[in-house]
Ligand binder design. Structure first.
Ligand code: GLA
Length: 379
């Protein structure tokens, strides 16, 4: 009898332990971290855990970010009929990102955009980078910040906010200096998605951090973005050579297909731009305060997106190299112009262009830039 009771007791103890374990692992699978943030396990890379963090506000917006590449994977907003869909391209699982899509939603560094011939000089010394884009270096090299695992900071904020950190070693991808980088993502009740970049280095190095989200305000990548309208607060742009390196000139947009000083349909003059838009716009600004610099709108969904930044430039890329080979998580091909990027940045190839605003960070100085994407509905 005693033995039977002991056996029953053991069974209960086992069931209790099992229930507790399942509860704990369930919680670990989708853990509410603080107000408006949920964390899910998304797999692992090189023995490091990959998470998906979802920031939610009470206005119906939701942004998901992975610490793999510090990548925005989804931004759900409502259209004018109240239907929710994502206004950025992204995948439902880590495998999509491991197959190296062209920087979908990723944080780009150490140097966003191109550096001519993968070379630059600081003082007398020449630094050599990988040439991963024809003769040039693009978006930080072979293993830029979009392909590394970032460490999340503990979260204790009252707003849904997440900080991801990365330590880039001296010599990584050919760049000088140990660089400590933090990116803080915050979603406000006004559907502003704020990205704040900070960095410090122990040697002088070029730094140009940006985000490579591909927007399609319709929420449907099978509808291209050529019918969406764009305004950019830029009277000038930096023309490029055939390898997309700025020629060094700063040309007026007036009377060219680059004139978005009034809202213009993206497809209206794209045929006059060989290859499509992939250009840096010189933002009209007097200081480096956070300023409204661009607005994208889509009359079908009723959505619009405003871009605010402290940066001097904006790369408008009209998704020219998307060619249908990459598919959405639902299996739909992502074709040319399925989405566009509005990458706030210092100008491409600044390390080789003394006439452009400097992108050099010196030891002891703080790199700090802010970009806000605000999603809204037309009234
Ligand atoms: C950037 C570049 C483009 C292209 C995309 C990724 O935005 O300016 O030329 O390389 O990244 O495909």
């Amino acid at each position: 009898m005693k033995n039977r009771l002991f056996g029953v007791g053991r069974l209960f103890a086992f069931l209790f332990a099992f229930a507790l374990l399942s509860f704990v692992s369930c919680r670990d699978y989708k853990t509410p971290l603080s107000r408006g943030i949920i964390r899910s396990n998304w797999g692992s890379v090189g023995g490091k855990i990959i998470y998906l963090f979802t920031l939610k506000n009470s206005s119906g917006s939701e942004v998901s970010i992975s610490n793999y590449g510090s990548t925005i994977t989804r931004w759900l907003t409502q259209d004018k009929q109240g239907l929710k869909s994502s206004i950025v391209l992204g995948f439902d699982s880590l495998s999509g990102y491991l197959s190296k899509p062209p920087y979908f939603g990723a944080t780009i560094g150490r140097y966003g955009n191109r550096i001519a011939k993968g070379e630059f000089k600081i003082g007398e010394r020449t630094y050599h980078l990988a040439k991963n884009n024809g003769p040039n270096s693009l978006h930080g090299g072979l293993r830029g910040f979009d392909k590394v695992v970032w460490d999340p900071s503990p979260i204790n904020d009252s707003l849904p906010s997440l900080t991801l950190n990365y330590g880039s070693k001296d010599g990584e991808e050919g760049y000088p200096g140990n660089l400590l980088v933090s990116v803080t993502f915050t979603l406000t009740e006004e559907n502003e998605f704020r990205i704040e970049y900070s960095a410090h280095s122990d040697q002088t190095t070029p730094v140009n951090l940006t985000n490579h989200s591909y927007f399609n305000l319709s929420g449907d990548p099978s509808r291209n973005i050529l019918g969406e309208r764009l305004w950019i607060d830029a009277n000038y742009y930096t023309p490029v050579d055939s390898t997309l390196i700025p020629t060094g000139k700063i040309d007026p947009v007036k009377d060219t297909p680059f004139d978005f000083t009034k809202p213009e349909q993206i497809g209206a003059r794209i045929g006059e731009v060989p290859g499509g838009y992939d250009h840096n716009f010189v933002l009209n600004r007097k200081d480096s305060l956070l300023q409204l610099v661009a607005r994208l709108s889509d009359s079908v969904s009723g959505r619009f997106l405003e871009v605010y930044t402290t940066e001097p430039g904006l790369q408008f890329y009209s998704g020219n190299f998307l060619d249908g080979r990459i598919k959405t998580s639902e299996g739909k091909p992502i074709g040319q112009h399925a989405a566009l990027c509005l990458e706030t940045q210092h100008f491409p190839d600044s390390p080789n262009e003394p006439g452009f605003p400097s992108s050099l960070l010196n030891p002891g100085d703080a790199y700090h830039t802010v970009t806000v994407y605000k999603a809204a509905l037309a009234k």
